[in-house]
Design a protein around this ligand. Structure first.
Ligand SMILES: Cc1ncc(COP(=O)(O)O)c(C=O)c1O
Length: 374
């Protein structure tokens, strides 16, 4: 006989999921109602309403698809692209690259505008690329979780897209809820996030918002979107005024997400962003004092995810394993060209707390001194 489920207690300081507040865990234990029950439909409306505030948008088509951040990537590109469409993927890290791959799988002719991992894109480069080859869709990552870089000048970049008649899709998975996102002010056409990062709900819902230009493009498709599950027009009906069955919504996850959004707004978005900044700055100072300088220069650093550079001489995977086994702390290693070269330390949502920064720094100090002594 198996024993009752009992995974270890962890301090989640990786790239997600983040720790979930007790109120959100309690919300998950609320008894189920049906996915077409009037009480559940009212909960969806609450989520919609709060998501608009977190995205900084009035977009009517704002909802959460069932799945993690990648499902929103599928929904965004699967609804906008048709075979043969041109797409420009701005790639400065792993998730920019994933968008390029998803676009390719939906039949788009994808061109990549590549920059070294960890850098950010300048508007002239985007303008040049769109002059050389027009695109229907441009994809860009606001907060690149593989490198720790925050893309600035989104409004200028969106403006360039529109001057070239392209739609901008912005990945906000690691910013939404922790770093200001201003979809309407920036003029972004489609943006998406995930429940499990700076919003601190369990993984399983991916918020997405679709502006008027993108809605028009979706309405003008020659063929229906290839994936029924992520058909935004059908999903919007379920989330809208005349709800009808599309798929069975993940009820408990929606309860949790509603509570997580409520807590974010109760804290106040500006206060929340400032808390993320304060704790990140505390972490950066501590890492530098441990001789772990940061990969990304100050002005372009994410406050939700930091990437200290590692000396090439360590077995960094063994150190992360010790952090987990001895101290119960999860952090992550680097991807692709940054594998073995950086750690990825997340301070997202409920994980972004002063005591967590101090606990991690103390554990690292102890580990490093025993490593240097040995
Ligand atoms: C920037 C970014 N985009 C997309 C994703 C994909 O999200 P998920 O792993 O929730 O499917 C992630 C996940 O870490 C991410 O960091």
């Amino acid at each position: 006989m198996l024993r009752e489920l009992n995974p270890g207690t962890r301090l989640l300081l990786g790239p997600g999921p983040s720790l979930v507040p007790p109120q959100v865990l309690r919300a998950m234990a609320t008894p189920l109602v049906g996915h077409l029950d009037p009480d559940f439909l009212a909960i969806l409306q609450d989520i919609r309403h709060m998501l608009r505030q977190v995205f900084g948008t009035q977009n009517e088509m704002t909802l959460a698809v069932s799945g993690t951040g990648t499902s929103a990537m599928e929904a965004a590109l699967g609804n906008l692209l048709e075979p043969g469409d041109s797409m420009l993927a701005c790639v400065q890290g792993y998730f920019g690259d994933r968008l390029a791959e998803i676009g390719r799988r939906y039949g788009a002719e994808v061109e990549r505008l590549e920059r070294p991992w960890g850098s950010v894109l300048d508007p002239e480069a985007l303008d040049g690329a769109l002059r050389r080859r027009p695109a229907k869709v441009v994809t860009l990552v606001h907060a690149e979780t593989s490198t720790g870089a925050l893309q600035p000048e989104i409004a200028a970049l969106a403006d360039i897209c529109h001057r070239h008649d392209a739609l901008m899709v912005l990945d906000c998975v690691t910013s939404l809820g922790g770093i200001a996102v201003e979809i309407d002010r920036w003029g972004v056409d489609v943006a998406y996030g995930a429940s499990q990062k700076a919003l601190s709900a369990p993984p399983g819902l991916a918020p997405i918002t679709v502006g008027p230009r993108a809605r028009q493009a979706i309405a003008g498709r020659h063929t229906p979107p290839p994936v029924f599950y992520f058909d935004l027009t059908l999903l919007d009906r379920y989330w809208g005024d005349q709800p009808s069955y599309h798929h069975t919504a993940p009820i408990s996850t929606a309860y949790a997400f509603r509570e997580a959004l409520r807590l974010a707004l109760e804290e106040g978005l500006e206060t929340r962003y400032a808390r993320h900044r304060e704790n990140a700055e505390r972490l950066w100072q501590g890492l530098e004092a441990l001789d772990l300088p940061l990969l990304v220069p100050g002005p372009h650093r994410l406050t939700t995810l930091s990437t200290p550079r590692l000396p090439g001489t360590w077995d960094e995977a063994a150190m992360r394993r010790q952090l987990l086994e001895r101290y119960g702390i999860e952090i992550a290693g680097g991807f692709g060209p940054l594998a073995g070269k950086v750690w990825r330390i997340g301070l997202m949502g409920y994980s972004s707390r002063r005591e967590n920064v101090l606990t991690l720094l103390a554990a690292l100090e102890e580990l490093l001194s025993s490593q240097r002594a040995g």
